[in-house]
Design a protein around this ligand. Structure first.
Ligand code: DGL
Length: 263
C-alpha cells in the first residue's frame, strides 16, 4: 500500500529548501511538507533558551497535524540547540542538520576552515565538539551572520542584495587572524547554500563551500528505504507559522511546493 505520510522539513524560513532540494532529487515521489516558522524568524539572533523552548513544542504540534513519516530539522541553529530534546519528545525519526565540518576537513589543503553560520550556531559547544572530533589538525575560524540570512531570504523573494553586501559577510571570516589561509567554508546555516553563487562571485579569491544537504538526502533515503511512495509526485505544501511573503511563491513552486498555507 502506498504510504502518503509526508517527509516534513522544518526551518525558520526558506533556508531548509537547500536541504529539501537534494532530498527531492533523490526521492521525487515522496510527499513533502515544508514548514517555515516565519512567526519565530530569525532564529540566529535568539537565545538558546528561546530555541530550546520553541522548537520541540512547535514540532510536536506539527507532528500531530501532518503525521509525517520522518522530520528533517533543516536548520543548523535549531539542530545544534534542540535536536536531542526533539528526539526525546517525539516518536518520529528525526534527521538534524549540523555543520559539515567533517567533509570540510577532508577537503581542506591549507588545514584552515571557515565556519559561516548564524550567531547562535557558531557559539554552540556542538560546533566545538565537531571541530575537535573531525578537524583536530585544522584551524577552525567561525563567523555568525544575520545579514546573510536576510540576504538569502531577499534573493529568493526576487530582491537580490549587491556584491558588496556578500563581500562584507565573507570579510567577517577572511579578515580574522589566520583567515587568509581559509580554503574551505562550511555553510553552517541552511540559508547560505541558496546564495553560494553570490558569495563565490564576491569572494576575493577562489574558495570551496560545503554543506550537509546531499548527506542528509542520502540519510533520508536510507531511513525510508522500505517505503512504498505514491506512484506519481504529490503536490508539496509550504506551511508558514505567521506571515508568508507572497514574493516567495515562485521559489517555493520551483521546489515543488505549490500549496501554500498558514498554520
Ligand atoms: N536556516 C537557519 C539555520 O540553518 C537559521 C536562520 C535564522 O533564522 O537565523 O541556522
Amino acid at each position: 500500500m502506498d504510504d502518503v505520510r509526508p517527509l516534513l522539513f522544518f526551518d525558520s524560513g526558506v533556508g531548509g529548501l537547500s536541504v529539501l532540494a537534494p532530498t527531492r532529487a533523490l526521492l521525487p515521489r515522496a510527499p513533502l511538507v515544508y514548514v517555515a516558522d516565519s512567526a519565530g524568524f530569525p532564529y540566529g539572533t535568539r537565545s538558546e533558551g528561546e530555541i530550546a523552548a520553541r522548537v520541540p513544542a512547535l514540532l510536536g504540534r506539527l507532528a500531530e497535524r501532518y503525521r509525517p513519516r520522518l522530520i528533517v530539522i533543516a536548520c543548523n541553529t535549531a539542530s545544534t540547540i534542540a535536536l536531542a530534546a526533539v528526539r526525546a519528545a517525539l516518536d518520529v525519526p528525526i534527521v538534524g542538520t549540523v555543520p559539515a565540518i567533517r567533509p570540510a576537513a577532508l577537503l581542506s589543503e591549507t588545514r584552515t576552515i571557515g565556519v559561516l553560520g548564524t550567531e547562535a550556531t557558531v557559539r554552540q559547544p556542538y560546533v566545538t565538539d565537531l571541530a575537535e572530533r573531525f578537524a583536530a589538525d585544522c584551524t577552525v575560524i567561525r563567523h555568525g551572520s544575520a545579514a546573510l540570512v536576510a540576504l538569502a531570504e531577499a534573493e529568493l523573494a526576487g530582491s537580490p542584495g549587491d556584491d558588496a553586501a556578500f563581500a562584507a559577510v565573507l570579510a567577517g571570516l577572511l579578515d580574522q587572524p589566520g583567515g587568509e589561509h581559509i580554503d574551505v567554508i562550511v555553510n553552517a546555516c541552511t540559508h547560505f547554500p541558496l546564495v553560494t553563487h553570490r558569495l563565490a562571485a564576491a569572494a576575493p579569491r577562489a574558495l570551496r563551500f560545503v554543506d550537509g544537504g546531499d548527506g542528509i538526502a542520502r540519510r533520508v533515503a536510507v531511513l525510508t528505504a522500505r517505503t512504498e511512495w505514491p506512484d506519481r509526485p504529490v503536490e508539496g505544501r509550504a506551511v508558514f507559522t505567521g506571515a508568508a511573503d507572497p514574493r516567495l511563491a515562485g521559489a517555493l513552486a520551483r521546489h515543488g511546493l505549490t500549496a501554500i498555507e498558514t498554520l
